[in-house]
Ligand binder design. Structure first.
Ligand code: CP
Length: 362
């Protein structure tokens, strides 16, 4: 990738219209680290490999008291704003924990009725206000493209601070995709790595932003077959299929989960995203009973296969499956904290310092 374009050199109207690939150079730092993290496509396999090494280093260092103290003073001179105008448990708490691990102090707005948006302030002005007090904004919003617009606006302000997209409408959830890839890389570390694999993604794929981001990140790994299992009305978007096929990724679109489980190296389950229903009860009209994973499905899974889920779940994975060693979703959640810590550390230029400490002490 070519880096070193500046968001101050392009108007918002021109930037907004660029394909994501052409936006990427505007979002990165000269050493290839992200400044703003907005899209999964900003991260190629080489950059994910750097994040993987850093996340593993941070998790190892954090195991000791001395290591924890070292990490806590790494970015203690910075402050992060967690601006979540949509509900979240995992993403919010794992970012909060990641900030605590690295010593960043944090502020938060989770309910815009308690901020001046209630008095009519625009979201743009709210974010500009946060940038007066903080050095990083981590934001989740129901509006597609808001994080992107804010990144452009802040880069053109007197205080250009980074933005991390923690979920933007039904479109992107790049840090979830990073932790999903981290989980896959760790799961297959001793069995040949993330190559020549079949990844089966199941559920509401039309409105699941985690799957959209993950599908795009998986493009960076060799010979990954992506199988999309969903009711026809909730299948993965044609834009994603077109992108994957244009990049010679083998794709399968089907509605038969049991047929594909024996082929799967990973089964990635997702819930119905009925918060995006256009009409009340829209999702309830679809029979999702064939898109659930219980003991009969577990019996079909390879001994080396893994079951993942971005969570929260409803009933699409039976709790009977939870104690099977192939159930990866609890570890996946904790992996998010280490991966997000690695992303924040890299954003603030602390990668080398942390890896030096790791090499000197482990
Ligand atoms: N996976 C995920 O984004 O969970 P939350 O909505 O709880 O943050």
């Amino acid at each position: 990738m070519t880096y070193r374009k500046k968001l101050i050199d392009v108007s918002w109207e021109d930037f907004r219209e660029l394909p994501v690939k052409e936006k990427t150079p505007f979002l990165m730092q000269p050493d290839g680290a992200p400044f703003h993290t907005l899209f999964a496509q900003q991260f190629d396999a080489a950059l994910i490999d750097r994040l993987f090494t850093l996340a593993n280093g941070i998790r190892a260092i954090a195991k000791t008291r001395a290591g924890t103290a070292f990490l806590r003073e790494t970015i203690c001179h910075k402050r992060a704003m967690l601006f979540f105008s949509q509900p979240s448990s995992r993403t919010f708490l794992s970012f909060l924990s990641a900030c605590q691990i690295l010593g960043l102090q944090t502020g938060e707005v989770r309910d815009t009725s308690t901020s001046s948006e209630f008095k009519g302030e625009s979201r743009e002005d709210s974010v500009r206000t946060f940038s007066s007090y903080f050095d990083l904004i981590i934001m989740r919003a129901p509006e597609k493209g808001l994080a992107e617009h804010m990144a452009w606006a802040l880069s053109n302000s007197e205080r250009p601070i980074p933005i991390i997209n923690a979920g933007s409408g039904p479109d992107q959830h790049p840090t979830q995709a990073l932790l999903d890839i981290y989980t896959l890389l760790r799961s297959f570390e001793r069995t040949g790595g993330l190559r020549n694999r079949t990844i089966v993604m199941v559920g509401d794929l039309a409105r699941g932003r985690t799957v959209r981001s993950l599908a795009q990140l998986l493009m960076g790994y060799p010979n990954i077959r992506q199988v999309f299992i969903a009711p026809p009305e909730f299948q993965i978007g044609q834009d994603i299929l077109d992108l994957l096929r244009a990049n010679n990724v083998e794709t399968v679109v089907d509605d038969d989960l049991r047929k594909w489980i024996p082929e799967a190296d990973a089964v990635y389950m997702t819930r119905i995203q009925d918060e995006w229903d256009k009409a009340k009860g829209e999702s309830a009209k679809t029979d999702f009973s064939r898109f659930k994973f219980g003991l009969p499905e577990l019996a079909l899974l390879k001994p080396t296969g893994v079951i993942m889920h971005p969570l929260p779940r409803r009933d699409e994975i039976s709790t009977d499956v939870d104690h099977d060693p192939r159930a990866m979703y609890w570890r996946q959640m904790r992996n998010g904290m280490w991966m997000r810590a690695a992303l924040i550390a890299m954003t603030f230029g602390c990668e080398g310092r942390i890896l030096d400490y790791f090499r000197a002490n482990y």
